[in-house]
Design a protein around this ligand. Structure first.
Ligand code: PLP
Length: 345
């Protein structure tokens, strides 16, 4: 469904979605206050609604997923700490080295299979200062990404998520989930988000990915964690004033755009099946569990980026011989027909 004027088909990311007319109406009619002063009722409603959905005590509305993760990392750690995550994690690869610059933390990388860590790998990656004659940094935080973006949008099994959280607790590490696409994971695995994140201290939830809102993430945790996070949000410049207009888009997305994610997953599978059956392309179908399809190409990926661009289709190359297609709420079945024709022409 595309209710704005655009004749291009944009597979670059699920962040490219534009607010639909109904979402814009919700934004236009939002009650607003001054959220820095704490009296924007729509922001308060959004924070409470998301926290309740995830079974967490409190939430904090922030401008982006990157800021949400940065605030979480900074709230959980002190300089000299170490954070455990997969080698392809967004917090490590694509957040400007914020873990180092903003937290003064180092990273202990896990070589996860398709970007998914196991509890044994996490146990082996945690280094504690105590008992090392102060040689080691202090491993104090374990971060999990679900879905795993560079893992092709793959989802953690619940037993693995729980196992990682238990290992972290055994080593007195806090736990954080980068849930930029956690609703995709929830819909694909049929696991409610409160169950999925039950053993995790904090969760970052993006509204501006598959849910289709223009801006915003909500960071979740205990009341005391969110109260500390609020201070870091201030210092990072993330306090917004009449933010209720943006929060209204988030509320609309929660009500209307979660269950439909199944449709995106179905289309992603269709794209993956097409490419895996077409000469010159290869797809690891086991990773195609949600709304992303990573396609290996015999020809240079840039050839296909240009070929498709000339036919009205936008896609990212993510390696010399690798393309990434991301399906989102503006995609239609006709778009898939168009894509297949464009590849074969
Ligand atoms: C897994 C993951 N985490 C965090 C982010 C950051 O979100 P934002 O672009 O809103 O800063 C992204 C962005 O695509 C992401 O894919």
């Amino acid at each position: 469904m595309r209710d704005f004027n655009n004749d291009r088909i944009d597979f670059r990311s699920d962040t490219v979605t534009q607010p639909t007319s109904a979402m814009r109406d919700a934004m236009m009619n939002a009650r607003v206050g001054d959220d820095v002063l704490g009296d924007d009722l729509t922001v308060i409603e959004l924070q409470q609604r998301v926290a309740a959905l995830f079974g967490k005590e409190a939430g904090l509305f922030v401008p982006s997923g990157t800021m949400s993760n940065a605030i979480a990392l900074r709230t959980h750690t002190v300089p000299g700490d170490e954070i455990v995550c997969d080698k392809t994690a967004h917090i490590y690869r694509y957040e400007g080295g914020g873990f180092a610059a903003l937290c003064g933390a180092s990273i202990s990388l896990v070589d996860g299979e398709k970007s998914l860590m196991t509890s044994d790998q996490v146990r082996a990656a945690i280094r504690k200062s105590a008992g090392s004659q102060s040689h080691y940094p202090n491993g104090s935080l374990v971060c999990v990404e679900n879905t795993a973006n560079l893992g092709g949008g793959a989802c953690y099994e619940q037993s693995v998520l729980d196992g990682i959280a238990h290992v972290a607790k055994d080593f007195e590490c806090a736990t954080h989930i980068d849930g930029a696409r956690i609703f995709n994971a929830s819909v694909a695995t049929k696991t409610p988000v409160d169950r999925m994140t039950a053993h995790y201290d904090s969760v970052s939830v993006c509204l501006s990915k598959g849910l289709g809102a223009p801006v915003g993430s909500v960071l979740l945790g205990t009341t005391s964690f969110i109260s500390n996070a609020h201070r870091w949000r201030k210092m990072f410049g993330g306090g917004m004033r009449q933010a209720g207009m943006l929060a209204a888009a988030g509320l609309y997305a929660l009500e209307n755009n979660i269950l439909r994610l199944d449709e995106d997953h179905r289309r992603a599978k269709e794209i993956a099946t097409f490419f895996s059956g077409t000469d010159g392309f290869d797809v690891d179908l086991s990773t195609v569990q949600t709304n992303m399809v990573y396609v290996n190409t015999e020809q240079p990926a840039t050839f296909w980026v240009n070929h498709l661009s000339n036919r009205g289709i936008d896609v990212f190359d993510v390696g010399e011989h690798r393309l990434r297609f991301v399906v989102h709420l503006h995609m239609t079945d006709e778009d898939l027909v168009h894509l297949k024709q464009a590849i074969l022409s």
